[in-house]
Ligand binder design. Sequence first.
Ligand code: NAP
Ligand code: HSE
Length: 443
Amino acid sequence: MTDQRSNGLKPLRVAIVGLGTVGGGVIRLLETNGALIARRSGRPIQIVAISARDRTKDRGIDLSAYEWVDDMTSLVQRADVDAVVELIGGADGPALTLARQCLAAGKPFVTANKAMIAHHGLALAGAAETAGVALKYEAAVAGGIPVIKGLREGAAANEIGRVYGILNGTCNYILTTMEKAQEAGNPRDFTEVLKDAQALGYAEADPSFDIDGVDAAHKLSILASLAFGTRLDFGGVDITGIRHVIAADIAEAAALGFRIRLVGMAQNGAEGLFQRVHPMLVPLNHPLAHVDGSLNAVVAEGNFVGRLFFQGAGAGDGPTASAVVADLIDVARDEYGDAFAMPVASLADQTKADAGARIGRSYLRFQVADRPGVLAEIAAATRDAGVSIESMIQRGTAAANDGGVLVAIVTHAGQERCIADTLARLAGSDSLLDQPMVMHILD
Ligand code: NAP
Ligand code: HSE
């Protein structure tokens, strides 16, 4: 087919900085789908320069067609570079320096860096507004899922009250791999499954960002700002990761009719802005219970559109490259708007909501000494804190990994502050062999 739109038009000339999992994926994608992309963009997207830390590294792709540049910041001043793609990572350091210099030079900037956007997104968006250029970050949230576009454009007419989902592919891969291995009667160790996720290119350079929930919190804060039109508030996210989820939790959750997922949830209303990332028990009849492996999913509830459900690959080279190049196509078409869907000055300040006032069911797991009176002690603490128990499972030493007894409780719906009160009442008890685990239930 004749390429009528892109024929003879000036290409968008890009520099790619960072040639790891995502950078390599972007190069492969542009090489594979270049002709189709040119038709869709109205002009070709051409890589003119590349940069990373180590020029000699074997990256498994032929980079000989591209000019290697050691000093990445020189790229922003070059007349033959129209846009810069940053795929290094890190909230600060070289990525942030590059972003600031690029936008100050009046060049469009595309990034997959959620840490940088969560911490500096408003300042960078302000710089992009001042310069009148694009700041694009589709790949920063939920990998290949076009959720930034979905909220910024598709759902822009709605007031969104709640946005939540599975935002970290590494954690979802670990939880669901352990879950399936357990179901198959061949339990696998957390550390070993994390290594698989790293080998598959899902994890951050420092995987504690994944397993401690920080990466999901970066993404959640970005989604919340876009969904609610509020100022980015990463510091306002309450974060708990999956480090303390043990195999017995996965088994008990299954026995109770749930699956465990690391869920990021943000809600906005008269009570303030609530933002939390933590492992939750998801009932089997909820779509999030069926999001497996490195998949991510985002639910957004709008006042006219109703419930939107986005699902797709949340990590890895191909899906993430797909999102990065989608941003480049917008830049090539000269179709971009405000980075946070409105001018930074129009974003609202919002106070942090009191999580203790939230109502819901919870799962509590205790590892306790196997002696008379321990269950009565827990029951007394729940009674005195005003927590009503819906169901309880006690397992003998085989289920607990430290020789004690494992007690798993599901509560009736109640205020979260009562759960905190229960734990405070049990604090310091010599019946407890380990820190109790609390996971709220997604109802
Ligand atoms: P990666 O595989 O670790 O690659 C990072 C690249 O950045 C490497 O090529 C590295 O150079 C380069 N780099 C690091 N420090 C540098 C420095 N000081 N100066 C110049 N280059 C430097 O990381 P990645 O997984 O591709 O992730 C890149 C970005 O995408 C991050 O912001 C990440 O959060 C985000 N992201 C990743 C995924 C995913 O699934 N992996 C998904 C969505 C978003 P060398 O190769 O020479 O060492
Ligand atoms: N480390 C991230 C994850 C990459 O596992 O979800 C995608 O943002």
